[in-house]
Design a protein around this ligand. Structure first.
Ligand code: FPP
Length: 249
């Protein structure tokens, strides 16, 4: 049954692509006198709830910033635990993703992941490749600057003259070439920064920051973010009147 909050969502104006910086696992654990890894484990419950919630709402693309290129510098025990949690998630959720028509996708320097994690990831991507309901993209060993550098390396190997490089053909060399631009960025735990996430793609994305720590984030918080998004006027650098006309066209 649909809740009262959900009934307020305009299903004709859903963000096509929601991206999330899942922050605050450590602080959640600290508040409860638990170790940081318990925070990440609890954060996995939010991942499950939000993925299912997004699918049920009819959102078509969701991208989660699960492990940044800079996160490798965290203490080894924490890095190992995060890799183990990721593997567990893929092993335990793979069938559920499949049943729910959810296609798994991943962006980042995936070759830097431990081999066993990389293998399970590739298997799950292959297994769920026909999912049509929702594309779940995990950003792993991901950095926005790293992505732009990787794109420059790739494009410089192509026969494209420098004067022919434009935004459209450059974007084809980003990890996100097959994803729509993000409409809504959600960052949990109140921090007002991008943390090297999707630096190119976020150019016109609406930003929503909530104080809720990631392990406490559930479907109702996702709905609140969507409702907030639906109250905004998106202008893409145009005047309000111009942007409205563009919507009508
Ligand atoms: C940021 O919190 C969170 C991360 C670096 C990792 C996110 C990982 C998960 C939610 C669990 C596993 C994910 C998947 C997709 C299975 P933080 O540690 O920086 O928190 P803090 O800023 O409060 O210390």
């Amino acid at each position: 049954m649909k809740g009262k909050l959900e009934s307020l969502v305009d299903k004709n104006n859903l963000p096509a692509h929601i991206v999330i910086i899942m922050d605050g696992n450590g602080r959640w654990a600290n508040k409860k006198n638990l170790d940081r890894i318990s925070g990440h484990r609890e954060g996995m419950k939010s991942v499950r709830a939000v993925v299912q919630g997004a699918k049920d709402l009819g959102v078509k693309h969701i991208t989660l910033y699960a492990f940044s290129a800079q996160n490798w510098q965290r203490p080894k025990v924490e890095v190992n635990a995060l890799m183990e949690l990721l593997k567990q998630y893929l092993l335990r959720e793979g069938d559920k993703l499949l049943e729910n028509g959810i296609r798994l996708n991943a962006i980042g320097r995936l070759w830097e992941l431990p081999q066993d994690v990389h293998e399970v990831l590739e298997e799950t991507i292959e297994k769920t490749k026909d999912g049509k309901e929702l594309t779940l993209t995990l950003a792993l060993s991901y950095g926005g600057r790293e992505e732009i550098i990787d794109a420059v390396k790739k494009i410089s190997c192509e026969k494209i003259a420098p004067e022919d490089v434009n935004q459209t053909n450059f974007a084809r060399f980003l990890y996100t070439s097959d994803l729509p631009e993000p409409d809504l960025l959600i960052r949990t735990s109140g921090e007002m920064r991008l943390s090297n996430f999707m630096l190119w793609q976020l150019a016109y994305t609406e930003i929503y920051v909530t104080k809720t720590l990631w392990p406490n984030f559930r479907k109702r918080h996702l709905i609140k973010a969507i409702l907030n998004y639906q109250r905004r006027e998106r202008r893409f650098g145009l005047t309000g009147d111009q942007a409205k006309k563009r919507e009508v066209i």
